[in-house]
Design a binder for this molecule. Structure first.
Ligand code: SF4
Ligand code: SF4
Length: 384
């Protein structure tokens, strides 16, 4: 089966340039599916209350351009922009004001909110490989039309976060903890594909104007890439993202391999029709991938590799504001309080820790570092 992916160059988030590049990418992908109802859900990546220039969240100009593109079909359409952040530590107002997304709620017919505002519902296994039940946003399940507006970033666990990983955010915290509570990267990949299969979005837009490199998805470095990518198949769009990030064979990424094995994403590059650029033009020179290195080892050595090439959380106390988020998000209950100088700091029980790095991902100050041992540092430098 051929998957059509549209790609367009976009040098900045200038409003006019972004709108015309997004329209071009969507047209090259065959256009958005026809709107069939009065409301469209845009599932953004609003991982945390971060300013757009930090490249943690989908840029508001990309979301504005998606709204414009939808309204080319039907000027009266209502749009709701939403996400379930990993953990809201400053309140919803700060989330929407810092990400710039709140401004979009001032456009007539556009609302902004939390994806779980109508509660979550249990979804029983639909051929799941890891989960037996998942708790999913009712609004997402009930939405007849969803545009998945994601951000190209690295990810310390899944290597890439783009369209398929953005759908992980439709689940609740308990489901995410179940997915993360293992040292197996393959298990996590299968769990994310389980969630994705429940209700794939109708269309996907990937913000790769400025992406994130290094140890994403929260604390990597912004990297100008200059693309907007679009398409109906999330994995095909992510494939183009992986090539931009320097993966010669995106099936190296467990998430892509798991999706391909279930037939919900491409298994070969020649199953994708890329309109708007040649594959050879995509790789960003010197792009710094994440530190997810265990997969470089053959399967029978991965258990050993996990112990040798270790990436683990490490607290920098001077930067810790003692908010307790790391303890709340830890799926293995490996974090407790430790009192020092009369103050409570997080303490990690290394015997319980499964190195999922959720604490690192959600720490608002970056105090919980992703610490690489010597082998991990050597392997990382050989990859970048
Ligand atoms: S301490 Fe951090 S890395 Fe370890 S299991 Fe908990 S959240 Fe994951
Ligand atoms: S390490 Fe980060 S998340 Fe944990 S208490 Fe400190 S500031 Fe909060």
């Amino acid at each position: 089966m051929d998957h059509i992916v549209g790609i367009a160059r976009c040098s900045s988030y200038d409003r006019e340039e972004t709108a015309s590049a997004l329209a071009l990418a969507a047209d090259r992908a065959g256009g958005l599916p026809q709107v069939t109802s009065g409301e469209v859900l845009i599932k953004a990546n609003l991982l945390s209350p971060s300013e757009p220039e930090l490249a943690v969240t989908t840029h508001p100009e990309i979301l504005r351009a998606v709204i414009g593109e939808l309204r080319r079909q039907d000027g009266d359409i209502k749009v709701h922009i939403a996400d379930n952040p990993g953990y809201i530590f400053t309140g919803e107002d700060a989330l929407f004001s810092r990400t710039g997304v709140g401004e979009l709620g001032k456009i007539g017919g556009v609302t902004v909110g939390i994806l779980a505002d109508k509660g979550v519902r249990a979804v029983k296994s639909q051929g799941f490989r890891v989960l037996d039940t998942a708790m999913i946003s009712g609004r997402y399940l009930d939405s007849p039309y969803c545009v998945n507006a994601s951000k190209l970033k690295t990810h310390v666990e899944t290597e890439i976060t783009g369209c398929i990983k953005n759908i992980f955010g439709t689940s609740d915290t308990s489901t995410r903890k179940k997915c993360h509570n293992s040292t197996s990267q393959k298990r996590l990949a299968e769990a994310i594909v389980d969630l994705f299969q429940i209700r794939p979005p109708e269309f996907n837009v990937l913000d790769a104007v400025v992406g994130m490199e290094g140890d994403g998805p929260s604390h990597g470095a912004p990297r100008h890439l200059g693309f907007i990518i679009a398409g109906r198949n999330a994995l095909a769009v992510d494939w183009a993202a992986a090539v931009i990030m320097g993966y010669r064979d995106p099936l190296e990424v467990p998430l892509f391999a798991a999706a391909a094995a279930r037939g919900i994403g491409p298994a070969r590059r020649d199953e994708i029709v890329l309109n708007g650029a040649d594959w050879d033009e995509l790789p960003a020179a010197g792009f710094k991938k994440s530190s997810g290195l265990v997969r470089l080892f053959p399967t029978f050595l991965r258990g050993l590799a996990h112990r040798l090439v270790a990436i683990s959380p490490r607290l920098v106390r001077g930067e810790c504001v003692r908010c307790g988020i790391c303890k709340k998000v830890c799926p293995a209950d490996a974090i407790s309080d430790e009192v020092s100088d009369g103050k409570r700091y997080p303490h990690i029980d290394t015997r319980r820790c499964v190195s999922c790095l959720c604490c690192h991902e959600m720490c608002p100050t970056g105090a919980m570092r992703a610490h690489k041992n010597l082998l991990a540092r050597l392997a990382a430098s050989s990859r970048s």
